[in-house]
Ligand binder design. Structure first.
Ligand code: AMP
Ligand code: MG
Length: 438
């Protein structure tokens, strides 16, 4: 069996104690294989699900050439005959009318036009529509119209059959997460059911003897478990099935049972806390017996202790059902940062989606920031756009990885790259806006 550990050693810059973030992302990507099972769901239930196959358009949309405006349809090539003696104004006889859903049945001769409303099928023989605002008509039922022909190009204001989606072309690709516009698009193709991947199952738990669940009294030295709530919210956004395994005490037997049950019942197991090198940090030991560990620690701040590997529901590595494992740090901010930077993409890939890189924009730093080269830092930032559209950013007050209010106060991550050093006032930095992410 190729282990994650063997594999990781082949990755450039491999250092299990301080792996650069891009190298860690590359390792995780390699092991994030999509769930195989596929389900057929009704269109509305496909929202936020991942398409399992390309959607090929069975029809042209629109199905017929139709008018883009309220106006008059005519054959542009025949206008030349209607323009006597070089006159640029033409006069056409109104031969009938066409409304959306009520086509004009006849054929349109030269010097004739048809009154058309937006969405009406183009009458046979017509290719151009002059908008009603450009037309002189003596009264609503007078037999002819006049307009300046030079102002209307051939084909103007006519929507062509198949211009939205052409029959036989891929309308949406496999791996697409179905959004609002996609539901409408699928409906426009007459598709009422689609194949999607089964939802990814993610089990998560918190570790720590100091943790109290909501409703329990907070005795001396204890803290409420907040990580399971941030994890719940972040997972919800990815539309996965969740299995909340609660708070597990810092006892090897309890932790082992929880991890095994996570592996038995989910595709991915996420834990928080217990992965640093403290006395009560048992996760590492356990994973070495019934798991396979790719790395333990990232060159990242916050998020230095972060374990990634595989574990099995059986008594040792390779026995029972496997699951991917992410051992996130315990500090509440570090949980969020590592989730977005390392876990999120893996979960999307496993769900069968084609993740897009998170958009990074540039901003001018309002303050100087200390930064050590050799690790990637994710500071919580407050970014604003000035009147010229330029972004400016400053870090929130406290950058301690335990201060969750810094995440609530911030609207972006300031991403300081692995090789970057100190940042001066006015220097350009990269930011990742929370909008759309969090
Ligand atoms: P650990 O990584 O287990 O050493 O935890 C690091 C810090 O994060 C400690 O101060 C913990 O009390 C805190 N912490 C760990 N898990 C949680 C949690 N689920 N909710 C809130 N704080 C936590
Ligand atoms: Mg702990």
């Amino acid at each position: 069996m190729t282990t994650l550990n063997d594999f990781s050693r082949c990755v450039a810059q491999y250092d299990p104690h301080a792996l650069p973030v891009p190298a860690a992302q590359a390792i995780v990507r390699q092991w994030a294989t999509p769930v195989a099972a596929i389900e057929r769901v009704a269109l509305r239930d496909a929202l936020e699900r991942v398409l399992a196959a390309d959607i090929v358009s069975p029809i042209d949309v629109p199905a017929h050439d139709n008018s883009a405006m309220d106006g008059y349809a005519f054959n542009h090539a025949a206008l030349a005959g209607a323009m006597r003696g070089g006159a640029s104004r033409v006069e056409l006889t109104v031969a009938g009318k066409a409304l959306a859903g009520h086509p004009f049945a006849g054929r349109v001769a030269a010097k004739q036009c048809v009154r058309v409303m937006t969405g009406a099928c183009m009458p046979a023989g017509c290719d151009t529509v002059v908008p009603q605002e450009r037309v002189e008509r003596d009264s609503a039922d007078s037999p002819s119209i006049r307009f300046a022909a030079s102002a209307i190009a051939a084909g103007a204001n006519c929507r062509r059959a198949g211009e939205d989606l052409a029959r036989g072309h891929v309308a949406l690709h496999a791996g697409r997460i179905v959004r609002a516009s996609d539901l409408g698009l699928l409906a426009s193709l007459g598709i009422g059911e689609v194949s999607v991947r089964r939802r990814l199952r993610v089990a998560f738990l918190s570790t720590g003897d100091e943790l109290r669940s909501l409703g329990e009294p907070l005795d001396a030295g204890s803290v409420y478990d907040s990580n399971r709530y941030t994890l719940f919210a972040m997972l919800r956004r990815l539309n996965v099935d969740m299995l909340d395994l609660g708070v597990v005490r810092d006892e090897p037997a309890a932790l082992e049972a929880a991890l095994r049950s996570g592996a038995a019942n989910a595709d991915v197991v996420l834990t928080s806390g217990g992965v640093s090198v403290g006395e009560a940090d048992f996760t590492k030991q356990l994973l070495q017996t019934f798991g396979d560990v790719a790395f333990w620690s990232l060159a990242m701040r916050p998020g230095r202790p972060l374990a990634f590997g595989r574990l099995w529901s059986g008594a040792q590595a390779g026995l029972g059902k496997p699951a991917l494992f992410f051992g996130l740090p315990g500090n509440p901010v570090a949980v969020m940062v590592t989730f977005y930077q390392i876990v999120r993409e893996a979960l999307l890939l496993m769900a069968g989606a084609t993740p897009q890189p998170l958009p990074v924009i540039h901003a001018t730093s309002r303050v100087a920031m200390g930064k050590r080269a050799g690790r990637t830092e994710f500071q919580r930032g407050i970014a604003e756009q000035d009147a010229h559209g330029h972004w400016h950013v400053r870090p929130t007050g406290s950058q301690s990885s335990g201060v969750l209010s810094s995440m609530s106060e911030a609207n972006c991550f300031i991403v300081l790259g692995h090789d970057e050093g100190d940042i001066d006032v006015g220097e350009r930095v990269s930011i990742m806006l929370f909008d759309g992410l969090i």
